[in-house]
Design a protein. Structure first.
Length: 465
């Protein structure tokens, strides 16, 4: 991937390669797995509208801030905050943002790989024709059986994490460009075809209206916080990841344009995925608030209705989905690897392997939470986590709470702590008014809005009774 050999300062081969890698990181399970199920759980249209507003007013400005910090810092996330703080005559202690962000990314990787493992586990199910002609009920049963089997889930998780580790350990960057340039458009096209299929077999009107018509009575603080978390998750914002990637970009990249490209392609894929899934939910009487399993009980229904062609179609779709998840997981593992490599003075292969193994072990908690430990609801006493197993708890804790919280710190650092010149030079907007808007959003919108949303959602989510 980005850095080849032992030098943490390696750069993307070209301007395009950097944008491609950033798109590759942002488009992943967050778009077609997390977005639909969070939208379904949080009332649909109201969630989607809030999510879009968050992308524009907070996530995109923060993405640009992370890019700029990385490019000026030219190091891992931790090193880049340190560098930018020192250049701004501030305490190097601000590198703590990089530290915490890196930790959050690492824990996300652990359960991300488990979900990708579910996709891998579906492949033999599709190939052996078990889905052909299956009813929505059958599909639900097939999925339930899958989750009940810790061995298959472990195998899927292991294969995915091993592949990720192998690629990061070798410092491969050529493959990512190819994957993003060819496989991701192919993936989007397949997604579009599924949307058409699901419009035919499902209830498109009900699905589209659920997703796109905001019911304002459904906007609660928790819905707003979940939408904010989703906006940050989908653009890979933790304060660490896009900093690391920004550090690999050269001075000739137009960062605002890169950020806009990433945000637009990412949003498009999420909305199409939603339009593919919800017509099936409503057409077959499934539960929109199903949770993390939503993708896995809806799309296979579409494949099952396509006759023999559904087998090939489903297989190709899941393989492409796997590539989308892989270009993301590579970025997730890259963050800690780039830091450890910097500390160890090289030895990329060794540190990547150790980190990959560690993430695999942490992910096993989420695997076993589906079966052996399915009675465990770690934070179930809190309303926000009611009924959530281990994997779901990780997802809410990290994605819904930690990401918006990290956003507060990144915004304070970029808007109030670091010197203004660093950002005006790195972002280099063609129009100075755009820089003023960016700075206004980072200083006066992100920190207060995020803190207020966090406060309302957490204080308004009493202990489950
Ligand atoms: N954006 C990725 C997705 O949508 C997930 C992801 C990658 C991520 N890197 C991240 C989420 C960093 C949070 C933080 O699949």
């Amino acid at each position: 991937m980005a850095a080849t050999g032992s030098c943490a300062h390696a750069h993307w081969s070209s301007r395009l390669a950097f944008i491609m890698a950033a798109v590759g990181s942002s488009v992943g399970l967050g778009n077609f797995w997390r977005f639909p199920f969070e939208a379904g759980r949080n009332g649909g249209g109201a969630f989607v509208l809030t999510y879009l507003i968050c992308i524009l007013l907070m996530a995109l400005p923060l993405l640009l801030a992370e890019f700029a910090i990385g490019r000026r810092g030219q190091q891992s996330a931790v090193g880049s905050y340190h560098q930018v703080a020192v250049l701004s005559n501030r305490s190097p202690g601000w590198r703590a943002i990089g530290w915490v962000g890196m930790l959050v990314v690492f824990f996300i990787l652990a359960y991300y790989s488990v979900i990708a493992g579910w996709i891998i586990a579906y492949i033999p199910i599709i190939v052996t024709g078990k889905l052909t002609g299956a009813s929505a009920e059958d599909v639900g049963q097939i999925f339930a059986n899958l989750l009940a089997n810790p061995w298959i889930l472990t195998a899927g998780h292991a294969v995915f994490m091993a592949t990720t580790t192998f690629i990061v350990a070798r410092g491969i960057k050529g493959g990512i460009e190819l994957a993003v340039k060819i496989l991701m458009p192919a993936f989007s096209l397949m997604l579009l075809l599924i949307t058409i299929a699901s419009a035919i077999i499902g209830d498109f009107a009900a699905g589209a209206s659920f997703l796109l018509t905001p019911d304002f009575s459904k906007i609660t603080p928790l819905v707003v916080l979940s939408a904010t978390g989703q906006a940050f998750f989908t653009l890979s914002l933790t304060g660490a990841l896009m900093v690391t990637y920004g550090a690999y970009s050269t001075g000739d990249v137009n960062l605002p344009r890169a950020g806009l490209t990433v945000a637009m392609s990412d949003t498009l894929v999420a909305v199409i995925a939603g339009l593919a899934i919800f017509p099936i939910v409503f057409g077959f009487g499934l539960d929109a608030s199903e949770g993390p399993g939503l993708l896995f009980v809806t799309l296979p229904v579409a494949f099952s209705q396509m006759g023999g062609g559904g087998l090939v179609f489903g297989l190709v779709f899941f393989l492409l989905a796997l590539f989308a998840a892989l270009t993301t997981s590579i970025s997730l593992l890259e963050v800690a690897t780039s830091w450890a490599e910097e500390k160890a003075g090289g030895q990329r292969a060794k540190v990547a392997t150790i980190l990959g193994l560690l993430a695999f072990l942490i992910g096993m908690l989420s695997v076993l939470g589906q079966n052996v430990w399915s009675d465990i609801h770690p934070l179930g006493a809190l309303k926000m986590f009611e009924g959530q197993g281990i994997l779901d708890t990780f997802n809410t804790l990290l994605g819904t709470i930690m990401l918006p919280l990290m956003g507060v710190f990144v915004a304070i650092f970029a808007g109030w702590v670091a010197s203004k010149e660093i950002f005006s030079e790195e972002l280099n907007f063609s129009n100075p008014r755009l820089f003023s808007i960016w700075r206004f959003l980072i200083r006066f919108v992100c920190p207060p809005a995020l803190l207020y949303i966090l406060y309302l959602a957490i204080s308004g989510a009493p202990v489950a009774g």
